[in-house]
Design a protein around this ligand. Structure first.
Ligand code: SF4
Length: 284
């Protein structure tokens, strides 16, 4: 593995014990832990957490991801209420819900997302809700199901440039992911559309610029850009540690393309500080 450069420093605070206890009590997973996010100590100390629904096993096998690839079990019908209870106990004002990809389910898990959004709304009516979803194989009905439940933000990450999909997201299709964002914008214009990608996988600056233009064309309003960090030795290697000043240049260029909010720095992650991104983007 490449040695981490000086500018990638994760704050090693102790994980907030209470947050973990509440999550365990309700038998819940967070993507923060499953994906070995480098910011999990910082986020858990707030408290904030991104709930991962629909199980621990994923039907896909992305080169960058630490989630286990295996046939998943059936969705747990009580999970939406348990998420709502934990979010309420944690006193969250902004709840992020994500999932593994469930290509085995007829609706890709969209109905379960909708039930989870509805349960959180019932228990925390004034909280904001963001969903970070898989592509649902581009299925419009699944997208409509999720959006009809009324999240404040719909997030779907493209993760990387088109040329690298073969190794980074082998079962995904770049144009399909763009179409998911476009469809979300058209189906529910009042819901903010967000996406994100990683640097350091071998992309060129020109390819990043092209990706940003394509994202802007979908109607996506919020973009997150962070450094890829190899989560385990089984994942694809880091090609480059991109310097912070390059992230800043890309952020400025993206803002010039009309995005409402761009978070671009080595340790930026899709759902980290999601509330802080939502406020300036929405003006609310
Ligand atoms: S689809 Fe999502 S959870 Fe599944 S392997 Fe890819 S990144 Fe990980």
């Amino acid at each position: 593995m490449k040695r981490l450069p000086d500018w990638i420093r994760t704050r090693c605070r102790a994980d907030r014990h209470e947050t973990k206890l509440i999550l365990r009590k309700h038998g819940l997973s967070t993507v923060c832990e499953e994906a070995r996010c480098p910011n999990r100590s910082e986020c858990f100390s707030k408290p904030t957490a991104t709930f991962m629904i629909l199980g621990h096993e994923c039907t896909r096998n992305c080169g960058f991801c630490a989630v286990n690839s295996a046939p998943p079990g059936p969705p747990d019908p009580e999970e939406p209420e348990r998420i709502a209870a934990a979010a309420s106990e944690l006193g969250l004002k902004y709840v992020v819900i994500t999932s593994v990809t469930r290509d085995d389910l007829p609706d890709g898990g969209a109905g379960h997302f909708a039930k989870t959004i509805e349960a959180v709304r019932r228990s925390l009516p004034s909280s904001r809700i963001e969903v970070l979803t898989p592509d649902f194989l581009g299925d419009r009905e699944s997208l409509k199901t999720v959006l009809a439940a009324g999240p404040d933000v719909f997030n779907h990450n493209v993760e990387t440039i088109e040329r690298l999909y073969r190794v980074v997201r082998p079962q995904a299709v770049f144009r399909r992911s763009l179409s998911v964002l476009t469809q979300a914008r058209l189906i529910a214009p009042a819901i903010f559309v967000k996406s994100g990608f990683m640097l350091g996988l071998g992309e060129t600056r020109e390819e990043v610029t092209e990706l940003l233009h394509l994202l802007a064309e979908t109607g996506c309003e919020i973009v997150t850009i962070g450094q890829y960090l190899r989560p385990t030795g089984k994942n694809i290697p880091v090609v480059e540690y991109v310097r912070p000043e390059v992230f800043e240049e890309i952020r400025s260029a993206a803002l010039g393309m009309g995005f409402r909010y761009v978070a671009s720095a080595p340790l930026v992650r899709s759902s980290m500080n999601a509330e802080e991104m939502f406020r300036p983007a929405s003006g609310r």
